[in-house]
Write a protein that binds this ligand. Sequence first.
Ligand code: GRF
Length: 206
Amino acid sequence: MLNIVVLVSGGGTNLEALFHAQEKGAFPDGRISLVISSSPNAYALERARKRGVKTKVISRKEYGESFDSAILDALNEAKADLVVLAGFLSILTETVTKPYAYKIINIHPALIPSFCGMGCYGLHVHEAALRYGVKVTGATVHFVNEVADGGAIILQKAVEVKNGDTPELLQRRVMEEAEWELLPRAVALFCEGKIKLIDGRAQVEE
Ligand code: GRF
């Protein structure tokens, strides 16, 4: 049984999608065993507690410089086989990404390499897409390294931008039509050992 640890910071709709997928048997060889939040007020914590899943709060405010080593210690203690960043708003340094290379995945609400990198998260991503006037956006699941949104891409799905879209409307559509489908699918593929690395690029075996 693979131990899955989910890192969150906010509402936890992606965490909810993972719980639903787990309950439907989408990844029988994996189990969400711990949810770590960078914020004590994250509603994502409530979603985990309702299901009796262990939670931890590790905030940069409380841990300061030792934030990354506190995350690393928690992952090691949990014997994490897979770490999922689901709306997690902190950038992890090599302290964590090196020992967990190719074991951390993240969901980004755009088609990387568009609208990503430092400072481009949450609603800012959709504001940038609307400002640019793209007609298609979407979501990306990728491996996490020390570069913000820089790791190998695992899955992507396109979502149409509609006339009159606000950042909020677009965010919701990208979540519903792409994020909440892609992240559970990537977890299932990881648990089934179907994500191969070839020349630094991820290739999925369907
Ligand atoms: C959303 O902007 C989502 O696109 C991104 O993180 C934010 C919050 O997600 N992945 P969640 O509802 O906390 O999962």
